[in-house]
Design a binder for this molecule. Structure first.
Ligand SMILES: *Cc1c(COP(=O)(O)O)cnc(C)c1O
Length: 425
């Protein structure tokens, strides 16, 4: 990156002034402390902030429900019947997919199960699932229970990649595992960005290598959607799912997005758990006994969707439409690199950054490892208005989110670390 840095706050202010996205912060509610001072919120990787328009978009549903009752399905300003379709285009844009490959429905873990019902088809000779090192607990529970559901033993059918570069995993070592054991693996399921280390995986390369071995390949993009520039269609992966409440700011428990590659849409023999919302839209209300799947990812929908969480998601996606992932990612790389630069003076004795340095191998999050596992630095930060999170045994995850965080906030955060560490001496 061709930026000349110094450690003055003036530089952070200058970066903010020059930032073409700096006005987007005003579109969000920034949490404040008891004195009304804005907190340093670096937890958008866990729960994104609330768009100002979220309430307006949900109010619209309440008003239309009061006014129309059941007829809101067709008469509401955004009719409820096709409401999920209002999200598809923006979501497809964010993840680099065709609109027919994307649907918003359910929550993430539920969707992982629905996707595995279709894409995990173990046989006696090929029943293993390959996951990244230390996957998110829910993902581990999903794959273990799916393995058991199919009559296999998770202790032998679950393969977990091992780190070979500190806490992270090189693409070469993944390729090596696939080369050696690919023919035992039915399915690869990897977190596109690992929630703990912040490592981003090379999805296209892994997908191609997995397919060459005859494996199905899917990614959990909970920490990647709205964070990285994704090209899901071109990557060729079979499926993906992500939640809407992290970088996509749809609110607590918000809805999940699903990607199913086009080549799977019209297969007659794909096993799928089905419900009436996957039924062809023309015949759905004829209430007939035969299931005619919508010839898109929408065939995987089960129920008529909840409008309220779709409304809050729509509020956020409208902002993403304005910004675009290209500009967002450009700022993100600069913002995270700036954080990394300011932290570099403490690296070594006190702390380490376990997230890869290569911008292509990470999103906005840096995972700061505290060398002596002493949680007091984290407690000091929390006490002084920082919202980040501590992940056992020794990591503080910090996510400067380009949509609403500033360079000055990053500077102020590192200044607090400086204070804490100096006062320790
Ligand atoms: C956040 C997250 C989840 C959470 O699952 P929910 O079903 O939304 O509660 C699951 N997997 C990963 C990788 C996550 O980061």
């Amino acid at each position: 990156m061709d930026i000349t840095y110094d450690k003055t706050r003036a530089l952070a202010i200058k970066f903010d002034r020059e930032d073409p996205l700096n006005s987007f912060r005003q579109r969000f509610h920034i949490p404040k402390d008891n004195q009304g001072k804005e907190l340093l919120y670096f937890c958008g990787n866990s729960l994104g902030l609330m768009p100002n328009t979220a309430r307006k978009y949900t109010d619209e549903m309440f008003e239309d429900w009061a006014k129309f009752g059941v007829e809101g399905h067709t008469h509401a300003r955004h009719p409820w019947l096709p409401y999920h379709e209002f999200l598809t285009q923006s979501m497809a844009q964010i993840v680099g997919a065709l609109p027919s490959e994307v649907v918003v429905m359910n929550s993430l873990t539920v969707n992982l199960h629905l996707l595995l019902a279709s894409f995990y088809r173990p046989t006696q000779n090929r029943h293993k699932i390959l996951v990244e090192y230390s996957p998110f607990p829910s993902d581990r529970f999903v794959v273990r229970s799916q393995i058991r559901f199919h009559g296999f033993d998770p202790d032998s059918s679950l393969l977990e990649l091992q780190p070979d570069q500190g806490e992270t995993i090189s693409t070469e070592s993944i390729l090596e595992v696939l080369e050696k054991r690919g023919d035992e693996i039915a399915l690869i399921l990897i977190g596109g960005v690992n929630y703990y280390t912040g490592q981003a995986f090379d999805m296209k390369t892994i997908t191609e290598a997995g397919h060459a071995q005859g494996c199905m390949v899917g990614f959990d993009l909970a920490h990647a959607a709205g964070n990285l520039r994704l090209e899901l269609h071109d990557s060729g992966m079979d499926f993906a799912a992500w939640c809407g409440y992290k970088y996509l700011n749809s609110g607590p428990g918000g809805l999940s997005g699903v990607f199913i590659h086009q080549r799977h849409h019209n297969l007659q023999d794909i096993p799928r758990l089905e419900g009436w919302w996957g039924q062809d839209k023309e015949s759905r209300f004829l209430m007939g006994p035969v299931f005619n799947p919508i010839p898109t990812a929408e065939a995987w929908q089960l129920s008529n969707p909840p409008i309220l969480p779709m409304a809050t998601l729509r509020a956020s996606l409208d902002i993403f439409d304005e910004v675009g992932m290209i500009a967002l990612r450009k700022k993100s790389e600069k913002l995270t690199h700036y954080l990394e630069f300011l932290l570099s003076e403490f690296k070594g004795d006190t702390l380490d950054i376990i997230t890869p340095e290569d911008p292509a191998q990470r999103g906005c999050q840096l995972s700061i490892q505290i060398k002596d596992k002493d949680k007091s630095l984290y407690e000091f930060l929390t006490h002084n208005g920082v919202i980040a999170d501590w992940r056992e045994p020794d990591v503080i995850r910090v996510a400067p989110v380009p949509l609403y965080n500033t360079f000055t906030e990053v500077w102020d955060f590192v200044q607090l670390i400086r204070h804490a560490l100096l006062s320790r001496l």
